[in-house]
Every structure is written in C-alpha cells, then in structure tokens.
Design a protein around this ligand. Structure first.
Ligand code: GUN
Length: 292
C-alpha cells in the first residue's frame, strides 16, 4: 500500500514556490501578495487563515489580513473587497468562508475580481475551469489533482467515484477527473447523500474521492481491492489518550480501508496540507499574470 503523503508533497511545492520567489526578487519582478478577509471570530476559520498567512511568509510572499467584526454589514464588506480589487499591489484575494448569516456569500463571491480570485470560487473561474480554459482551480480539487500527478496514479479509462457534490470539492473534482488530459480521462460517477445503492457504486471505483463530511463514512466493504482512495474529510474526535484531548479523523475508516487500497491519503497529512500549497500556487500564477 502506497501512502500518499500530502504533507511532504505540500512542502515540496512550497519549496518550489519559494525558489521561484527568489528568482522574481533577482529579476526585480512583482513579489506575490495575497490578501485574506476574515469576518468574525470562528475558531476554525481563524486557524485556517492563520495557516495561510504563515505559509505566505514561508515562501516569501507578502500578505495582508483584513479582520472585520462579525457584525460588519454586507455593504461594508463589499466595499473592502472592491478596494482590494482596485489595489494594484495585491495579486490574490480570498474571503474566508463561512460568512455570518446576514451576508450573502453569492454577492461577496461575485464581487471578487476574477483575476484576483485565487480561491477559484467566482462564476468566471468555475466556468473557465469547466471549459478547460486557463483558470484558478479551487484549492482542494487542485491539490488532489497535484497529488495524483506527483504519485503517478494512472487515471485514463479508470472509474472515478466522487462522494459529495459541494461547489468547493465534489462538483469541480468530478469535472477535473473527466477532462481530456492527465490526470483525468476517467469515467466519473458523482454520488451524494441521495444516491441509492452507494456501496454498489463505490465498490466499482478504481479511484474513490470522498468528500461527504461524515466521520469514517467509508468502510472496507465499500472499497474495491487495489483502489486509490482520497480522503477529503477532517473531523476532530475526543481522545483522552492524546495530550491535546482530541485526534483528527477523515471520511474514511483508515486502517481497514488502507488494508485493501493500493494507495490512500492519510488524515491528517493528506489532502489538507495540499490546499494551502494550491492557494499559494494560484497566487504565484496571479502575480505572474499566467491565468488572465
Ligand atoms: N472555508 C473552507 N474552505 C475554504 C477555502 O478553500 N477558501 C475559503 N475562502 N474559505 C474556506
């Protein structure tokens, strides 16, 4: 069984990005600059945004963190987005989700200039990705594509089953895996919470990508011998034997599925670290004008 090490791969990508930034400095080019907007004080969001800012420092990017009160109005937030859209110093902008209920995610997402949308969430980038045009691809699916590539997972003609149809992961993943390029050329089945006979379908998957958001949902009996299994889930469960009092698990029951799989991503250390590497990569593309 091959352990697909997202932590190691993400460190490699960050080194490659840092090396490119060093070259840009020598060339006197534009140092990539990422801006992140964080609304409110949600614990997980603070952790994620903190990790993104820290990773920017690691690779030599500039970063700006704009923190807004939970009570900020939608108009005020839209104004901040517009200011960043117009700021030529800033190459990439992300608005950390979720947003408070009184703010429309659609309106805010649609306000982000597609040229700076390094999360790949705007209709323009989703459309471009779907058409196979140059686009910012959302960080999680992009990270998975990169893992499959770097681990030389054979995809052409394979049956790829995706569990979960979110805009951020499942839907774009299904499109990328069906594309006429590597890694892609799969026959794709996109499944979700209403799918009937799910296990019958997942058992036929050569590549199984799980983004359902349910702890240890996929068990060994749902997986074909020799499948490649990609686990997007991340959940905290109490564990008194740990110093922290908790441990992290995925959407896949790791030990029993790993015994059957030919390759599998662990949680933590699989898909998670790749998402930040993808975001940094998109920001580099933005600074170098490689997409638009
Ligand atoms: N919340 C959960 N995942 C993401 C992400 O990839 N980008 C942003 N902006 N917010 C998120």
């Amino acid at each position: 069984m091959l352990l697909i090490d997202g932590k190691k791969t993400s460190e490699e990508i960050k080194s490659e990005i840092a090396a490119r930034v060093a070259e840009i400095k020598v060339e006197g080019g534009k140092i990539p600059h990422l801006a992140a907007i964080l609304v409110g004080s949600d614990g997980a969001s603070q952790t994620y945004v903190g990790a993104k800012v820290k990773s920017c420092e690691q690779v030599g990017f500039q970063s700006t963190l704009v923190r807004l009160e939970e009570s900020v109005s939608e108009d005020e937030l839209l104004k901040v987005v517009e200011e960043i859209n117009k700021n030529p110093e800033i190459d990439g902008l992300i608005v950390q989700l979720p947003l408070p209920k009184h703010i429309s995610v659609e309106k805010v997402t649609n306000k982000i200039k597609p040229e700076k949308d390094v999360d790949g969430f705007t209709p323009a980038n989703v459309g471009r990705m779907t058409l196979g045009w140059p686009a910012y691809v959302a960080a999680t699916p992009y990270g998975i594509v990169e893992l499959l590539k770097r681990y030389n997972v054979e995809t052409s003609g394979k049956h790829c089953v995706v569990i979960g149809r979110s805009h951020i992961v499942g839907s774009p993943m299904s499109i990328l895996m069906a594309r006429n390029e590597y890694p892609g050329n799969c026959t794709v089945t996109l499944t979700h919470s209403r799918t009937q006979n799910l296990a019958e379908i997942t058992k036929t998957a050569d590549i199984l990508i799980v983004a359902i958001g349910k702890p240890e949902f996929v068990t060994a009996d749902m997986v074909k011998e020799g499948a490649t299994v990609i686990d997007v889930g991340i959940h905290r469960v109490e564990d008194s034997s740990k110093k922290s009092g908790f441990r992290l698990i995925g959407d896949v029951k790791f030990d029993e599925v790993a015994a059957k799989a030919s390759a599998i991503t662990p949680v933590p250390g699989g898909v998670g670290p790749m998402t930040i590497a993808s975001l940094l990569y998109n920001t580099l593309l933005a600074a170098e004008g490689k997409v638009y």
